[in-house]
Design a binder for this molecule. Sequence first.
Ligand code: B1M
Length: 211
Amino acid sequence: MTRIEELFDAVLTGNRDAAVEVARRALEASVDPQSLIDDAMIPAMDEVGRRFEEEEYFVPELLLSARAMKSVLERIKPLLSQKGTSHKGCIVIGTVQGDLHDIGKNLVAAMLEGAGFEVVDLGTDVSPERFVAAVEEKSAKLVGLSALLTVTMPSMKSTVEALEAAGLRDRVKVMVGGAPLSTDYAEEIKADAYADNATAAVRVAQALVGA
Ligand code: B1M
């Protein structure tokens, strides 16, 4: 079994210690950290989601797999920095109100930080009012909204509307992302852009701030 397959298995079975150990050995052997994410852990989480839909997995299994992936991500985070990055401005990011999924958002935040953005991460279940307050306080150029549930997508619209009502919409760009989203939905709620993964999020953020 390759290290990528071993890591896939460890995340799929929610074995945190094994996941961390395999990742450590892979990094020691100079495996690209991005490949641990893209080729092992994201496919594992997709399989976890599939098993959940098929009722082979339940919430406890989701939590164990999430814990395994988060532990590896914590260790990989410093390696995601791009060399020679300059300060590109502040981005406020969070998972929208009602939604507790944060693995994808954390990954996006880590990659943005690595690309030279100052990232203010508000966490999960963030109300429109908290986004507005943070954008004001930090004079952020960009706000990033993440949602994984179809039922929490409308919180993104409410957040865009709250930024508009607070008179901030002219000076802050809005980027949205998360598995159920699309470019069409981003347009519908008047966000500035949609990014479908963490690498795309960095590209989109750089384009939005003209970096
Ligand atoms: Co939940 N969950 N979950 N879950 N969960 C999903 C999302 C689901 C698709 C599973 C399924 O049924 N197949 C389903 C949603 C269905 C729907 O709405 N259509 C679901 C459900 C139903 C639920 C509950 C309602 C279950 C229940 O309680 N009965 C519940 C809701 C809780 C709540 O939020 N209020 C729930 C709970 C949980 C856990 C807490 C147990 C756990 C989350 C732990 C955590 O995040 N700390 C969990 C998990 C782990 C998942 C799955 C299995 C994996 C999500 C994940 O981490 N993926 C997920 C199934 C799936 O997605 N395949 C599922 C890996 C991650 C790297 O990818 O988050 O997509 P992702 O992020 C990507 C892109 O989307 C993008 O970049 C990232 C990197 O490439 N991206 C952005 C994300 N945010 C971005 C922001 C950007 C740009 C790009 O700009 C700002």
